[in-house]
Design a protein around this ligand. Sequence first.
Ligand code: M6R
Length: 638
Amino acid sequence: MCGIVGYVGQKNCREFVLEGLSRLEYRGYDSAGFVCIDQNNKHLSFAKEVGPVNRLKEALEKVDYDGTIGIGHTRWASHGPAEKKNAHPQFDCQKTLAVVHNGIIEGHNAIRKRLLQEGHWFDSITDTEVAAHLLGEAIAFHKSLKAAIASVLTQLKGAYALVYLIEKEPERLLLIRHKSPLVVGVGDSEMFVGSDPIVFIDRTNKVFFMPDDSYAIVSSNHIEAYDFQHNPIVPQIKIHDHLLEISNKQEYEHFMIKEIYEQKRAIENSILFFKKLNGQLIDYKSDDVIVPAYVTNNNKDLEGFWGQIGLDISHVKNLKNLDIIAAGTSWHAAYIGSYFFEGIANIPTTVQLASEHRYSKFFKKDNQLVLTISQSGETADTLESMRLVQKNDIPVVCITNVAASTMMREADGFLLMQAGVERSVASTKSFSTQIASLYWLAHRIAVEKGILSLQAMKEAEEQLSLVSEILECSIENYKWEIMEKDAPFYSTFERFIFLGRHISYPFALEAALKLKEISYIFAHGYPAGELKHGPIALVDEKTPVVIFSVLNDLIYEKLLSNAQEVKARKGHLVVFAFEGQDELISLAGRCFVFPRVAPLLAPLAMTGVMQFWIYQITKFLNRPIDMPRNLAKSVTIE
Ligand code: M6R
């Protein structure tokens, strides 16, 4: 979490740094800060504000300092609450050295204790501040900056991307990268620094992705880079032809509702893109779906669709075991997807939470493939799990929405979704696009393994198109009732239970996550069959129970029994059902009915209304929907 921006060059940097910070707000918005070497007095001048970047912008409108070298930061609070003193930049004792940091410095308390004993004093309770003092101390002691860095590196543990601005070094920024990402954009006598190339991609397409465990001394014309053993690294400058996708809210009140409405297009664009990679679509003409230059597999000489995504075709043909690793909403999509791989491609599939997987015993399986799923491609837990798998020589394909994200660059192969930038912290269009992508991929693997015909694959693509249409139309059907009746009514409850069975169980988990993260109403997602083993004790008239149906007769009957159990205890039932499921519908206090679709796509059909319903309940409560408290869009720490 946390976003870093930096600049060194010939121009004043303040505007660039502030704009970059706004683009990085998805990494945290608890506070923001800016520091530069003031061109007038040659000293560090800085500002920090609690809250989103706009507050910092407003504060800086009242002052006029600027300079040709500066850094900025947007924070997701980990060590110390969101207060000005804990905002970055952090400084050494003399306030002549500033640092911004993304990550967590482990063991910082012991370092702080030692520094305090040696006479240092601290302004904040952050882990970051020790990194400022350590370098300040090392610079005073060592002759060269490189030697000072070497001494600091022996003391830092954890995960850190650090950028230092040093008053005595008015033409050089110091960058250190260990686990957390840091990139440099190479301009014309200017260098841009960011946690993500989105910061500078409209100014240069020449990008140096700093390798893990490296540091660099960056001036306007030069990058001097080293690994952690202090061997020089020749910076690999890549051309990153990625168009800057700046999403704005247009006529919508929040990004979340805009993104809910973008789902049909996000799914269609992704499937068209995959079809294009697959060699289909010879006569397709759309400006929306262009295979960008950066979509190449990781320099492997492989052919065809599998080659394009970075896999060897023989591996796919012989695939026997699939494991999917993800976090949060992506994990829910993965869980839904596991039913596709087992049901369509006949491959035993496990789904693992990245945060658990990385600390569990690892078992290699025969003919195994691992998929990681991540909207951002930066989630620390998923990334570390992926690295662990790769160390065991098992290929990993990542499904992501962000081109050139760390995961995409490090995976053996990747399937790049085309959902477009997702700005709201609550994942919506990435969830539905992940489901659609997994459905498509399961069919594609089944074709390769000779289980399905090309005709069946074509039909699956048509089903996806139909269901994306249903997803959108159903919102329109229920829109006014939800806004006028449901939102005021359901916003009065303090807790909800969400139930599903089989493929609708992970969907219930997703609905519960969505409600709690944006509305702050407590929501419990549970497998309906487990209700009687405990949670039924919670059922009363003050706890709505939301049941998501399935299109499988046997499981539907079981769900029906669970609904009756709730009803018998005077529970208020909200039902998401399909046409013809009259018995379930008749039990409901509130019901949403959807056209019947291919059974495995039942969750996708219900997605739009589920999200819209939760959005409207939350809107009624007047919560900061796009930036819920305590959260960040991209979770880049453990
Ligand atoms: O970028 P990722 O898909 O890896 O993010 C994983 C989770 O942090 C994310 O899905 C989170 O749960 C959602 N934003 C919640 O809506």
